[in-house]
Design a protein around this ligand. Structure first.
Ligand code: ADE
Length: 233
């Protein structure tokens, strides 16, 4: 059973995403567990303050070390795992990919730290973080969306979360290929016909066609991925 622990200043944002659709069902069915911890609940300050000005000056406020560390300790006090992966989602992290999602799905506990404002006091990051992960080369206003991207991608690799028919293992990207195009009824829509081969009933031919389409599509749309497919796929 995989247990996510999310450290955030905006628990509502996380709760809303987690209760929806496939992830909501995975939680209801006991395939994954999620705990959302509000960093603000752990502040020692009278006015529930969690941020302060950066030493040396500069724009914006920083999240202070103490509330984050105490929130982290509250999680550690409740789990047996003494060295869980602690993921800080940050544009400075390693670029997230399918391979990393697959690997994280093997863990028992994953702590996700969501930053906000201009950043976090470096000392608490050095103290607790094991993995820095970025979801792409762009900057978001906070770590909540990236943390949910990681929870979603990792959860669907946990056995039982997806139906067997659509298990996350034998699908696009795990072999460095994009998906082939798909069609449903009707046979003709806006003068566009479903490719004849898909109506042939010849499954060997259909598999071959789909594979060719996946390769063509990858070469055209994601030349970087296509190189990996040629070398490692
Ligand atoms: N926080 C802000 N932007 C981010 C990104 N691109 N990836 C991960 N965390 C972030």
């Amino acid at each position: 059973m995989l247990n996510f622990h999310v450290l955030t200043l905006f628990p509502d944002m996380i709760d809303n995403i987690l209760k929806t659709s496939i992830i909501g069902r995975a939680i209801a069915n006991g395939h994954i567990l999620t705990e959302v911890v509000n960093i603000r609940d752990f502040t020692n300050s009278k006015h529930k303050k969690v941020d302060d000005y950066p030493y040396g000056g500069g724009a914006g406020m920083l999240l202070q070390a103490q509330p984050i560390y105490d929130a982290y300790l509250s999680i550690m006090n409740n789990i047996k795992d003494k060295a869980p992966r602690v993921v800080y989602v940050t544009p400075q992290g390693k670029l997230f990919n399918q391979q990393m999602a697959k690997e994280l799905a093997e863990e028992e506990n994953i702590v996700l730290l969501c930053g906000h404002y201009e950043g976090i006091d470096e000392r608490v990051l050095l103290e607790i973080v094991t993995d820095n992960i970025s979801i792409g080369d762009y900057v978001l206003t906070g770590g909540e969306l990236p943390a949910m991207v990681v929870v979603d991608a990792v959860s669907r690799m946990v056995p039982g979360v997806l139906s067997n028919a659509s298990s996350g293992e034998n699908e696009s990207l795990s072999n460095f290929l994009l998906e082939y195009p798909q069609y449903s009824r009707p046979e003709v829509w806006q003068d566009r016909r479903v490719p004849e081969i898909l109506l042939s009933g010849d499954h060997a031919k259909i598999d071959k066609w789909r594979c060719e389409q996946a390769v063509m599509r990858t070469k055209e749309r994601r030349p970087d991925l296509y190189e990996k497919y040629l070398n490692e796929g």
